[in-house]
Design a protein around this ligand. Structure first.
Ligand SMILES: N[C@@H](CCC(=O)N[C@@H](CS)C(=O)NCC(=O)O)C(=O)O
Length: 241
């Protein structure tokens, strides 16, 4: 049995969900609440970060490690290219997305959303036990403050994140040209990772979360500024998620 410890809202967890679902592997989601997740995560893995996959006696922490584990243990619909050069390139794109895109998208999104508890609490507690929303409402001021401080979220870092996303989108467009995929002519972990980590900017259905009906400012305008370069992410979601 495969068990995924995750946050429904997290785009790193989305990478793992996507890989599991693309490979058509049955798995059970264990949704954790930000805050109380620390105790559970540290009990089963090295640190508090999600996603964590459990498979029998094996525990795998980290979205890239999970994709590698799944490709090694379930060969159906491999996401890692076999050719060593392409494999290296796919892993380099994934690592770039994990380091540069994921944290920037998260910081920019939370910079606005943390000011809107009515929007963010339902996303944080989606598909969690019934009492989670009550718990989160009570703990919210502390949770929001500690998230701002842990991720160093402020106006300056949000502007840096916006610029970093813009640079990443230019790099992606330049690599793609008129191609469909980042590596040759196959959908790989590179496309999955880049698209999943940019997904909060297009809020796709397949992600599995109820996105807010309206995006508050300044996030809405920041996303609008990327719109002309986000078409590929939508295409990848429409066709491969
Ligand atoms: N490199 C990791 C990053 C995972 C990550 O940053 N997870 C965040 C959620 S988006 C998390 O669990 N944060 C809570 C914590 O660090 O305790 C991966 O790819 O899985």
């Amino acid at each position: 049995m495969l068990k995924l410890y995750q946050f429904p809202i997290s785009h790193y967890c989305e990478k793992a969900r996507w890989a599991l679902e693309l490979k058509e592997l049955p798995y059970r989601k264990v949704n954790l609440l930000p805050g109380p997740h620390v105790k559970k995560a540290k009990k089963i893995a090295r640190n508090s970060k999600l996603p964590i996959l459990q498979h029998g006696k094996n525990t795998v922490q980290g979205s890239a490690e999970i994709i590698t584990y799944l490709d090694q243990n379930f060969t159906r619909r491999s996401l890692t290219p076999e050719h060593p050069g392409q494999k290296k390139l796919a892993e380099a794109w994934e690592s770039y997305a994990d380091r540069e895109i994921g944290p920037s998208v998260r910081l920019l999104s939370y910079h606005t959303l943390l000011d809107h508890r009515n929007l963010v609490i339902p996303m944080m507690t989606q598909d969690c036990p019934w009492y989670s929303e009550l718990m989160m409402k009570a703990a919210y001021p502390k949770v929001a403050e500690s998230m701002r401080s842990m991720m160093k979220i402020n106006d300056d870092t949000a502007e840096k994140a916006r610029q970093q996303i813009s640079t990443a989108l230019d790099n992606i467009a330049e690599t793609l040209g008129d191609k469909e995929f980042l590596i040759d002519d196959t959908f790989t972990r590179a496309d999955l990772s880049v698209a999943a980590l940019l997904a909060p900017l297009i809020m796709p259905q397949g992600y599995g979360i109820d996105w807010p009906e309206e995006t508050p400012e300044p996030l809405a305008s920041q996303i609008a500024g990327f719109q002309d370069r986000l078409g590929w992410v939508g295409h990848i979601y429409d066709n491969f998620r």
